[in-house]
Design a protein. Sequence first.
Length: 303
Amino acid sequence: MRERSLRTFFMTQKIARFVLFALLLLSPTLVHAQMIGEDKIYVAQEGDTFPSIGEAHSIGFVALRAANPDIAPWELKAGKEVILPNRTILPESAPHKGLVVNIGEMRIYDFTQSPPKYYAIGIGREAQKTPAGAYKVGAKVKNPTWRPTERMLAEDPELKPVYPPGPDNPLGTRALYLADSLYRIHGTNKPWGVGRRASSGCIRMYPADIEAVYDRIPTGTPVHIISEPIKVAVENGDVWLEAHPDEIMADAYENDFVTDMKVPDGTLQMITERAGDLRGKIDWAKVRDVLLMRPGYPVKITS
């Protein structure tokens, strides 16, 4: 594996990335069946960090890093322009109803709203991945008590067997329990972990976000957990491609290195099929740039 300084690598990619984003800003705002939201520029204030910006705008840490790889996440200078990747293509591999958790982009979609709302999430670590599948909300609990599993207690002897509601409780103030499973969608007492692979398999949300979802979602609501990191949409005669960092690239953002990205098998065929009659207009050089840089927001790939 060839590793280089993350900052050095992305300095060579910076021009291409901002050309992509400039083209995006010149495109019309899209709020259709396939694509929602609008990317924005945030001007950093003194003391801002990516975690503080992320919590204020419901954007995860890795998502901000992917959209702004040349910015040091803990050392923002006042006046620095930060891309807020708020535009998104709706995932296609699950029904658009209830809640859809896309671990491939670390977002949860609330399809009980029109247009749907979406929020950043934290997901399971490598050894404790959040499991894909069809679930439903089995119970709702305010101020839940947390009881670590036997495995957790064995791995971390400093854990207590019971954590009552309060600032030390990692479930935060709200929890949606997925029926017939050990998993929950819950808040957190560590907001910096949202948008990262940092949990034991449960789905973390920012405190304000879980409270909003908790109030709207009744028990019995279907929950589909999928992994769809690369998405394609056709809107207004153009094809759009959205690619999110995979586990290797996300780890690179956490540890300040980068490795060469590979295009997953079947990706180019999927893009061609989704493009339909527009396949002849695809700019494959732009497709390559998006798949290598994985900026995490939709980019128009037709000319």
